[in-house]
Design a protein around this ligand. Structure first.
Ligand code: G6P
Length: 602
């Protein structure tokens, strides 16, 4: 999740780059940088932290006349957020900005180092600029050198390169990460999404994977693996709000669709070939720890609950989860062998922050799982793992929940590796399942359409029960919370086995039961629980890979090999159901009444 901007033209370049990066700051904001060539002179600036730091650093600089320029805002994947690791990365006479990950960078780096090249940063990106210069020093042909360079890269990238060897050109390439080109007369823009260029460019071309080329003299020359190719520009929207939503009706909808992509970001650098690694952690951090307590609020609390099942089952470590506002006043007994984990999307939730401070006062080691770097909770914790979901705008949390749960799954395996509670074979099969998760999160048109059609039958009734067992109980809680947050209908999440101890008294045809029936975890048990409800005439929407003849409505899922894959697939379905019901009811999906995205009061 990094953001890229580029510009060729006669306008003041610094402001174009900084304004563009501002629009992309949601994609990452741990450091930023710009590089400009004008009058054959290279200038560059970098700053750690938010973009305002770069603004401050460049306040006395302004560019004039024709030139080429590139900028980047970073969300650290390889290497810490330092100025050296910030983009643009420089060689002897060229600069590159890159979004994505070069998977074979180690191999390339070793090759370049054996040629005597010194690397300044810990990033994968720096290999690109050195590789380009290596080829250029041999051939003296900038575009051939650029082509040779990208032919060597494996992985995902959107990248821009400028060089004193050809100072009026921007070279570009895209594979797996987003990038577009904007046009306005003789000016050419590049960006990771529409928003930085709206109001500046009038036409746009969205690059496809495998495309690369160069921009020069107001023209773009485009290539793919078959050689040079033509392309058709489209008119660029002038509506920024719409562009930010990438054409979706609501941010929540966009964020549901984004999950498949952002979960990759959560996994980058952590899911290795044969193990899980966290650069934020080391095994010493867990010395003397024999217990875990997790504190959180709202959706983050549900993710914590799901994590506790994994931590106990796989990492064999006792784990209790507490709602932060309860924890604060219960006079909890805290022991030093407990690792205190807080989970928070915003990192600013007052109750969670206070719970963390209490634990710290009691001398506990602390770890936070958070989406916002430098937030209060991150700063207050001994260690922090960022979820890398990108900015979440919909008040009803979706991608934050998915990425938090993924982090907890990875953390479980990390601890299991340290404690040796997992065999090599089991770990391999977990890693295999993790790698399938992005696919399990894809929203197909068929699925969305089905949920859209189904939703019209669920706009009334005297209540919803989302039921599930084991890991699917927290998911039932989260499904019910999503629905009530944005539809204002009454919904409860319940452990399926507990229905008979009271709530089943409510069962009649106006009671809607959303039954989460995974195949890989206690299928027969949950089936009996749903049968009990069906016998009392409750209306049942079953979500399962197995057809269930007693349900009134049925959504068939595809994964049944691993509970977490079933979990993520069903999570998307419950999110879409809440979304579609809310839209039909005419509610403001992104800003539901009475709620706030970040609750910084007790
Ligand atoms: C608010 C939001 C919820 C969120 C909760 C915890 O209530 O509306 O969506 O789950 O706070 O927020 P946090 O930022 O700590 O995850």
């Amino acid at each position: 999740m990094c953001g890229i901007v580029g510009y060729i033209g006669v306008k003041e370049k610094k402001e174009i780059l900084l304004d563009g990066l501002q629009e992309l700051e949601y994609r990452g904001y741990d450091s930023a940088g710009i590089a400009i060539i004008e009058n054959s002179q290279l200038k560059h600036f970098k700053a750690v932290g938010k973009l305002e730091n770069l603004r401050e650093k460049t306040k006395n600089y302004s560019s004039s006349g024709f030139g080429v320029s590139i900028g980047h805002t970073r969300w650290a994947t390889h290497g810490k957020p330092t100025e050296l690791n910030a983009h643009p990365h420089l060689g002897e006479f060229s600069f590159v900005v890159h979004n994505g990950i070069i998977e074979n960078y180690q191999e390339l780096k070793e090759e370049l180092e054996s040629d005597g090249i010194n690397f300044l940063s810990q990033t994968d990106t720096e290999t690109i600029v050195h590789l380009f210069e290596k080829y250029y020093n041999k051939s003296k042909e900038p575009f051939i050198s650029f082509t040779n360079t990208i032919n060597r890269l494996q992985g995902a990238y959107a990248l821009l390169l400028i060089t004193e060897a050809e100072p009026d050109v921007i070279f570009f390439a895209k594979n797996g990460s987003p990038m577009l080109i904007g046009f306005n007369k003789d000016e050419i823009y590049f960006a990771s999404s529409d928003t930085p260029i709206i109001g500046k460019a009038t036409e746009v071309y969205y690059l496809e994977d495998g495309e690369y080329g160069y921009a020069k003299n107001g023209e773009v020359t485009l290539f793919n693996k078959n050689g040079e190719k033509g392309f058709v520009k489209k008119a660029l929207t002038t509506n920024k709000a719409m562009a930010q939503k990438d054409g979706f009706r609501f941010f929540m909808e966009k964020e549901i669709y984004e999950q498949s992509q952002v979960i990759n970001d959560t996994m980058i650098g952590r899911v290795l070939d044969k193990e899980i690694d966290f650069e934020e952690l080391n095994s010493d951090f867990f010395n003397g720890i024999s217990n875990i307590k997790i504190c959180a609020c709202g959706t983050s609390y549900h993710s914590a609950l799901a994590g506790s099942y994994l931590l106990e089952r796989v990492a064999k470590i006792p784990c209790q989860v507490e709602i932060a506002s309860e924890f604060r006043y219960k006079e909890p007994l805290l022991q030093k062998n407990t690792l205190f984990i807080t989970i928070s999307q915003s990192g600013e939730t007052a109750d969670t922050l206070e719970a963390l401070k209490m634990a710290k006062r009691a001398g506990l080691r602390s770890l936070s799982v958070c989406n916002v770097d430098n937030s209060s909770i991150v700063r207050e914790s001994d260690r922090a793992i960022l979820t890398r979901a990108g900015i979440e705008k919909g008040v009803a949390s979706t991608k934050a929940f998915a990425t938090q749960t993924m982090v907890l799954w990875l953390l479980t395996l990390y601890i299991a590796q340290i404690k040796k509670t997992i065999s090599k074979e089991e770990l391999d099969s977990e890693l295999k399942a993790i790698r399938k998760t992005p696919k399990a999160l894809i929203v197909t048109d068929k699925l969305h359409d089905k949920i859209h059609r189904l939703s019209k039958r669920y706009l009334h009734g005297h209540g919803f029960f989302f039921i599930g067992r084991d890991l699917f109980f927290p998911l039932a809680l989260e499904g019910a919370l999503k629905l009530k947050e944005i539809s204002y209908l009454h919904a409860e999440g319940y452990p399926a086995g507990e229905m008979k101890h009271g709530p089943i008294a409510l069962a009649d045809s106006e009671l809607f039961t959303i039954a989460l029936m995974p195949k890989s975890l206690h299928y027969e048990k949950i089936k009996s629980n749903v049968e009990e409800l069906s016998a009392r005439d409750a209306t049942i929407l079953a979500i399962s890979p197995e057809p269930f003849e007693l349900s009134d409505d049925f959504i068939q899922t595809h994964y049944k090999s691993h509970p977490m894959l079933e979990f993520f697939e069903m999570m998307v379905i419950t999110q879409l159901l809440a979304l579609e019901i809310s839209i039909r009811l005419g509610n403001d999906v992104d800003m539901p009444r009475n709620l706030a995205k970040s609750v910084t009061v007790e």
